[in-house]
Design a protein around this ligand. Structure first.
Ligand SMILES: Cc1cc2nc3c(=O)[nH]c(=O)nc-3n(C[C@H](O)[C@H](O)[C@H](O)COP(=O)(O)OP(=O)(O)OC[C@H]3O[C@@H](n4cnc5c(N)ncnc54)[C@H](O)[C@@H]3O)c2cc1C
Length: 480
């Protein structure tokens, strides 16, 4: 055998090979022969680990006809076979992806629903899946994001170490983000250019603030991704200003209201402006709750500007449609959450409204693709972008993944008609809302802390996060 030439063999079922490590990528150079040898490989061991290898075989162009004929002798062996020329040298690369009897499940993003699935990945593996997760190392929980941004709770109070969670659940973890997708070939390309093939894909990549109708300077912060809120805290703490800062929050929905109320009690913030294009702040709240929070904002000195349509937000000032200008030291956008728009379109899965999914949480056109949480557009009826849907979709996704392997009927997601949401308004008070019912005071915040703590504990290893001096404890904290 020539040096550098690696022989391999295909059988009607699994691939035998004497090379390669589990999960590795093998480059096989086949310079002089177009024969898929049936004998050498018999020395190898049949092992499912080899079945997940992806083989790149380089072959002279003149031998391609033979290769195709050889491959045709083994129908069902390969999941995919494609070829591409290497310019200028008459060599072609054959991408051969063996069909695995173990279906590859790829979870993209460690959103709420996926954290649930990852925690129960043992069930999926036992049922026959190979489970992979592609996600950033840390997940930040939005329920405590305003409190961490305001410095009330530690900056890591809502942080989950996804790698640690995955380590105890037997899932293969790829740290990074999804960059692109080939839905036909069923390959996901990661931020470090790795290629992950899948049979079943589930996407839970959350939402972003991406106002389409205004020009926004790159330094302007956004409430989502949550790193924007963390940056706000850092910016306020590390400011070289001698006086306290003026912060403008753009968007007077529930999130803008929560963040503005919180920031107004920070000592390093002199003035909070809350700018809303509609006639009222907190338009979705029951009227009584709206009046109560209006009084709270007034008592904390928040400068509320309604009916102000913002055209552009610069580093130091924003411009309204009527030409008026409002200055600030820091601006924060809370203009509503949308599914990551350029990414979903580039992936070929959806748009800023989300990945269109049926009641089964499957993509409207692709049975093998699921989407959950904020990045999904639930076709049976629009859902607000709140964490509770991601949380409740987790068990449905898990059951669906198991059911499809067993050939059973897939479960459907039935959203609650009215979900409980609790705003943390800072300084020890909260507002709980469910439909037209509302409750204001210290009690709702205590309830929120209890719910958030319980949820976070499920996904954290090792208990209490560290405390920064001067901040209030997270576990066992008492609202004032
Ligand atoms: C300040 C604030 C406070 C909020 N408070 C509440 C609240 O109290 N209760 C409530 O119900 N809702 C709240 N929300 C709404 C809530 O944040 C969202 O509805 C919820 O986070 C959506 O959950 P998710 O699981 O879809 O995605 P997320 O929680 O956003 O998680 C998505 C994950 O995917 C990762 N990701 C993103 N892009 C990629 C990629 N390309 N590849 C791989 N991974 C990727 C992200 O890093 C993230 O970890 C709040 C929102 C904000 C902004």
């Amino acid at each position: 055998m020539e040096p550098g030439v690696v022989w391999h063999t295909f059988h009607a079922g699994p691939i035998l090979s004497t090379t390669g490590q589990p999960g590795s990528r093998a480059d096989l150079w086949c310079r002089s022969t177009s024969t898929i040898d049936n004998e050498v490989g018999t020395a190898g061991t049949v092992s499912p680990v080899y079945l997940s290898l992806r083989w790149n075989v380089m072959t002279p162009a003149r031998d391609l006809a033979n290769w195709s004929a050889e491959l045709a002798r083994f129908p069902g062996t390969l999941k995919r076979a494609s070829r591409r020329p290497v310019p200028g040298c008459g060599i072609h690369v054959l991408d051969l992806v063996p069909r695995s009897p173990v279906p590859d499940l790829l979870l993209v993003g460690a959103g709420h629903a996926h954290l649930y699935v990852v925690k129960r990945a043992g069930e999926l593996a036992a049922a026959g899946y190979r489970v992979q997760l592609l996600a950033p190392r840390y997940f930040d929980y939005s329920g405590v994001a305003s409190a961490t941004a305001a410095g009330v709770l530690d900056s890591d109070a809502g942080r989950i170490d996804v790698r640690a969670l995955v380590g105890v659940s037997g899932v293969e973890f790829h740290e990074g983000t999804l960059e692109s997708l080939d839905p036909e070939a069923r390959i996901a390309i990661t931020s470090d250019r790795a290629q992950l093939s899948y049979d079943v894909l589930s996407v839970s990549i959350g939402s972003v603030v991406e106002p389409a109708s205004m020009h926004v300077h790159p330094t302007v912060l956004r409430v989502k991704p949550l790193s924007g809120l963390a940056d706000l805290d850092v910016r306020l703490r590390n400011s070289t200003r001698t006086s306290a800062a003026t912060v403008t929050v753009v968007g007077g929905g529930a999130t803008g209201l929560e963040v503005a109320a919180h920031l107004a009690v920070r000592r390093d913030v002199a003035l909070v402006r809350l700018v809303e294009c509609g006639p009222v702040v907190g338009a979705d709240l029951p009227a009584g709750a709206r009046r109560r929070t209006g009084r709270l904002l007034a008592a904390r000195g928040v400068d509320v500007r309604t009916g102000c349509v913002v055209r552009g937000v610069g580093e130091r000032q924003l411009v309204c449609d009527d030409g008026s200008e409002i200055s600030h030291d820091v601006a924060l956008l809370a203009t509503g959450l949308s599914a990551p728009p350029p990414l979903l379109a580039e992936l070929g899965l959806g748009d800023e409204n989300g990945v269109p999914v049926r009641a089964t949480l499957q993509h409207v056109d692709r049975d093998e693709v699921y989407a959950v949480g904020d990045c999904a557009r639930f076709l049976p009826g629009p859902l607000p972008r709140i964490g509770v849907h991601g949380v409740r979709q987790g068990p449905v996704l898990q059951r669906s993944l198991l059911a499809r392997l067993r050939g059973e009927c897939l479960p459907v997601y039935q959203p609650q008609r009215r979900a409980l949401s609790i705003l943390d308004l800072g300084d020890g008070v909260g507002l709980a809302v469910r439909g037209r019912w509302w409750w204001y005071g210290a009690g709702p915040l205590r309830l929120k802390r209890f719910i958030d703590r319980r949820w976070l504990r499920r996904y954290r290893e090792g208990g209490t996060p560290s405390r920064r001096a001067g901040t209030r404890p997270w576990f066992g904290d008492k609202p004032r």
